[in-house]
Design a protein. Structure first.
Length: 73
């Protein structure tokens, strides 16, 4: 008997399905979902980097402008 670790099992709405027994179009949808999840993770990672860089440059500009204003006083 195979255990669940060696079977290709997914859970949809609290019910387990063996992917190997699904129709090809269902397997294709599963592969698309897995691929999209990976892409979402990568884009989120890149977005976090962009937000950090944006914040750094914004803070640097604010600091520069404030320092310039303080030296004019």
């Amino acid at each position: 008997m195979e255990d669940n670790e060696t079977k290709n099992i997914i859970t949809i709405n609290d019910k387990e399905y063996n992917v190997d027994e699904m129709k090809p179009e269902q397997q294709y949808a599963i592969n698309q979902i897995k691929s999209l999840n990976g892409k979402i993770t990568n884009v989120q990672f890149e977005l976090d980097q962009l937000r950090a860089a944006y914040d750094m440059f914004s803070n640097k500009l604010i600091q520069s402008v404030e320092e310039e204003n303080n030296s004019d006083d």
